[in-house]
Design a protein. Structure first.
Length: 294
């Protein structure tokens, strides 16, 4: 079923950041929505990913059908311009600081009503939905932006350092190391810039500690067929923030059984979406009722 047939509308946007970088995104929302009535979900993709990867567009459409104004975007140094990873020079120097700055650009565009269909968005009710590394970024951003009403992470990271000691040693020796992309066959470079940023911002990007001190409601959704590293991180996050919400998806892989190009949904993805919608509906409704009382 097409977006038009299902009553949804989509529009792309671009925002230059400087002479070298451009942030590209897309808004999905229902065609018939009362002015300013749709709560907002900003989706943040993960490492070696992009806004059109696999389930991202499908998930945005499903949330929009439930009444949300959904913003997807590419981090400006995620390595994707017009096709899969055609800007590996930018991917090589991507950092968490750059991604936090990109999220801030999206936030500013939203609050200033400069995104497509802006008149439909309720900018006082904004949630973040991050997958993998995007989950870690969402927690950090919410910790620094108390106006965020809720956060959902899908198989989110607990540690900002994604690589092992051998990888770090290679960067020290050569100034660059490479990660394999099994899907595209590319060797994707990571330069010393990544670790310089982590070293300079160790406390800022301590994801577990940021979650432990976060008052914003967070739902962490984790597939039990994901990597051991991420399942262990999920356990640490749950121990650090026992008052937050945690859901385990039986049989859920890192992408909930979905692939790229998207070949259809799975029971695990549908379970993650249902848990997410229940959580967001609850938090956004509470935020709306609180706003009417103020």
């Amino acid at each position: 079923m097409s977006e038009q047939a299902s009553g949804l509308q989509k529009r792309r946007f671009e925002q230059p950041i400087d002479a070298e970088l451009t942030l590209r995104g897309e808004v999905t929302v229902q065609e018939k929505v009362d002015r300013g009535s749709a709560p907002v979900v900003i989706m943040a993709h993960g490492f070696k990913s992009f806004m059109d990867w696999g389930f991202q567009s499908y998930a945005a459409a499903e949330l929009a059908r439930r009444g949300y104004y959904v913003v997807r975007f590419n981090f400006s140094c995620n390595g994707v311009n017009e096709r899969d990873f055609d800007e590996l020079d930018k991917f090589a120097v991507n950092t968490y600081s750059r991604e936090q700055a990109d999220l801030a650009v999206v936030w500013e565009l939203l609050q200033e009503k400069r995104l497509p269909f802006a008149e439909q968005a309720d900018t006082g009710r904004v949630a973040l939905l991050g997958h993998s590394r995007g989950g870690g970024n969402s927690i950090v951003f919410a910790a620094e932006h108390p106006d965020v009403q809720a956060v959902v992470t899908w198989n989110g990271i607990a540690s900002a350092d994604l690589f092992d000691d051998a990888f770090k040693e290679e960067i020290v020796r050569n100034g660059v190391a490479y990660v394999a992309n099994a899907r595209t066959g590319q060797s994707m470079p990571i330069r010393q810039t990544f670790y310089d940023d982590l070293k300079q911002n160790a406390e800022r990007f301590d994801i577990t500690a940021r979650l432990a001190g976060l008052k914003t409601p967070v739902l962490s959704v984790q597939g039990d067929a994901d990597s051991d590293r991420l399942k262990e991180g999920f356990r640490r996050l749950r121990e650090a923030a026992p008052n937050q919400s945690f859901v385990t998806i039986a049989g859920g892989t890192h992408t909930f059984g979905t692939v790229h190009p998207f070949a259809g949904t799975t029971p695990q993805l549908e379970e993650a979406l249902e848990a997410t919608a229940r959580f967001l509906d609850s938090r956004m409704r509470i935020a709306s009722e609180r706003g009417r009382q103020d």
